[in-house]
Design a protein around this ligand. Sequence first.
Ligand code: GDP
Ligand code: MG
Length: 196
Amino acid sequence: MYKIKTIELLNTAYLPKQLPKDMAYRKSIAFVGRSNVGKSSLMNVLFNRKMAKVSSTPGKTRSINFYLINEKDYFIDLPGYGYARRSQEEIKKWNTLMNAFFSESEGLEMLFVLIDSRHSLIKADDIFFQWILEYHVPIAIVLTKTDKISSQKLDLSIQQTKALSQPYGDFNIFPVSCTKRKGLNELFKFIGDVLV
Ligand SMILES: Nc1nc2c(ncn2[C@@H]2O[C@H](COP(=O)(O)OP(=O)(O)O)[C@@H](O)[C@H]2O)c(=O)[nH]1
Ligand SMILES: [Mg+2]
């Protein structure tokens, strides 16, 4: 079980040159997903305090935020993808920054890809999975907002997510609800195994 004792927002990078030098050797986990999938909410419940901004306007975060946890590990908040109203210029910036990040992320022990449990994988997620494949990073899926669907629908969503993500790998799937605080223990246990 991973226990968070201290949290410090150490670094915010908008450009590749702003990425922290120690990210190559610090053990880290990162979170990514479509805009509005519930990434900030999940990080806040994991942190048990409001560090990440929960937004009503999607597509706001364009930076990579590095949270130093327990003075040794990084929890990394990556900018969302699949936001329809993003300009070509912004997409290019996202690509450049994310490419630089994943090219230097030897310390990355797990990338959590957040998927909305109501929709499972949609086109934007497929595009991301295809893009991330070449970096060979370990991936796990977090199904978010499970309080919004029935338990039968959730079972279906898990099966569907397993099937749709199969072409990209055999990933662990963690269903969570931030509002109902469900599935968090399983996630912390997994994080504990990952960041030994
Ligand atoms: N019902 C429900 N709503 C959620 C949950 N997680 C996030 N939300 C809502 O979804 C919206 C987007 O959340 P946010 O964390 O800002 O998403 P982000 O853009 O991925 O960082 C907000 O209105 C949240 O309150 C959840 O587990 N259950
Ligand atoms: Mg956010």
